[in-house]
Design a protein around this ligand. Structure first.
Ligand code: GLU
Ligand code: MG
Length: 427
């Protein structure tokens, strides 16, 4: 019996961080004509939105999804999987390609002799059916930092770990998190673009492996009223040309360099404006509140999980900045783009950094600056921040904001269970 021809999944990310693409025979993976309509970039689960320059007014032109060979890896589901970059069919880069925008931001760091490195921690819930409405997986022996059948009687966690191994995702570890059914994993430290790709692929992989067992997995920011939310913490440092960690200064009392301080100051300066990229759904604001360890206040601290920008305790090569505000519904590419843009602004402007906050930084943040309170407000703040809008570029800013304002409008017009249950009894 002859073996079936190997297949390659060529993927791209839309503005929501969802995957699209084509599966092609591996022999054709390099072929330039893997077209899709540009309008798909909005995200296919969304209602159609008219976008000037990208939809009906230009006749839905083709775009090309071009293989990035460096991203080619074995797929968890057999064959291979790779990321693509998006171009108009005349070869011009597509301004809505979030992966390309992130690459350009990385080039700006490289121009300053800094190679941004990143590790991404991802939280998610295993579900007892295929949808969030089915509830979290029932875990009779639940404990935080659990492993094995006690943490997950379905065996799904171990299958996800094995699938990561097959695909070379480079997962650092996996364990149960605070609430039953919640899981945490970390995509290991590496060059920033590869880290965003790995986080994006990990979400696909986890959902698909769960589906294979008739179960589900959700990275939604706050899927359950009575359980904590799902964070997606971004850990960032930068390598100097000699490979040393540019965020380290062994002569400094806190062990961190001036570049690291400027970067933190940039993150705090843009804290509120970053909200839309870190918390991009109306649901995100059910997580992003004080007291949720979710990175609400514009604070930084030394190994303090109650601050938004945490410098974990490791020193030497492990010295890094952890941003705790992004949630599991954020696009890893857009969130990392925002973080790198804000940090770079701090470095370029040599922004001064206030002292870290110690102790209960949620109760006593020492600042009244915090993330936006709603997606609508977050979009206003994003639009007003020229550093972030320049990093996104005008087309991506316009389309992202339009897409998300449409989401806010539909949410505001939608009746919720809470309203029916609360008002329905008394009025
Ligand atoms: N679940 C928390 C969040 O929503 C993070 C908890 C932690 O790992 O520190 O971000
Ligand atoms: Mg966690």
């Amino acid at each position: 019996m002859s073996m079936p021809d190997p297949q390659t999944r060529l993927l791209f990310t839309d503005l929501l961080g969802l995957s699209h693409g084509k599966t092609v025979p591996s022999t054709r993976a390099q072929h330039p004509t893997h077209y899709a309509l540009t309008v798909m970039l909005q995200g296919l689960d969304r209602e159609f939105i008219e976008l000037k320059g990208y939809s009906t007014d230009v006749g839905f032109p083709d775009m090309e999804a071009r293989l990035d060979e460096a991203s080619l890896r074995p797929s968890w589901s057999g064959g291979e999987v790779a990321m693509t970059n998006l171009h108009f069919s005349d070869g011009r880069p597509l301004p809505l390609c979030v992966r390309s925008r992130l690459r350009e931001m990385i080039e700006r760091w490289r121009a300053r002799d800094l190679e941004p490195l990143c590790g991404i921690e991802m939280e998610f819930y295993l579900l007892s059916g295929q949808c969030v409405a089915d509830g979290p997986l029932s875990v009779p022996w639940h404990r935080v930092y659990g492993t094995g059948p006690g943490a997950d009687p379905s065996g799904l966690i171990d299958e996800i770990a094995a699938a990561c191994e097959r695909a070379g995702i480079g997962m650092e570890g996996i364990n149960s998190e605070f609430n039953p059914g919640q899981v945490e994993t970390a995509v290991s430290y590496r060059e920033a673009l590869d880290a965003a790709d790995a986080a994006f692929l990990f979400r696909e992989l986890a959902r698909e492996v769960a589906l294979g067992k008739g179960l589900g997995a959700t990275f939604m920011a706050r899927p359950f009223n009575d359980s904590v939310g799902n964070g997606m913490h971004l850990n960032v440092s930068a390598a100097a040309p000699d490979g040393s960690n540019a965020f380290v200064d062994t002569d400094d009392a806190q062990g961190i360099s001036q570049v690291c301080r400027w970067a933190i100051a940039g993150l705090l300066e843009h804290h509120a404006a970053l909200t839309a990229l870190f918390a991009p759904t109306v649901n995100s604001y059910k997580r992003l509140r004080p007291g949720m360890l979710a990175g609400y206040w514009a604070t930084w601290g030394l190994d303090n999980r109650l601050t938004s920008v945490r410098v974990p305790g490791q020193r030497g090569q492990g010295t890094r900045i952890e941003h705790r505000t992004p949630d599991g519904s954020a696009s890893p590419h857009l969130a990392l783009l925002g973080m790198l843009a804000a940090a770079l602004d701090g470095i370029e402007r040599e922004l001064p950094l206030a002292d870290p906050v110690f102790g209960d930084a949620e109760a006593h943040p020492g600042t009244d600056v915090h993330t936006a309170s709603s997606l609508g407000q977050a979009l206003d703040l994003l639009e007003q921040d020229s550093v972030l809008t320049e990093a996104l570029g005008p087309d991506l800013t316009t389309v992202f904001v339009k897409l998300k304002r449409d989401e806010v409008d539909r949410w505001e017009q939608s009746l919720t269970d809470w309203e029916v249950n609360t008002y329905g009894r008394v009025y």
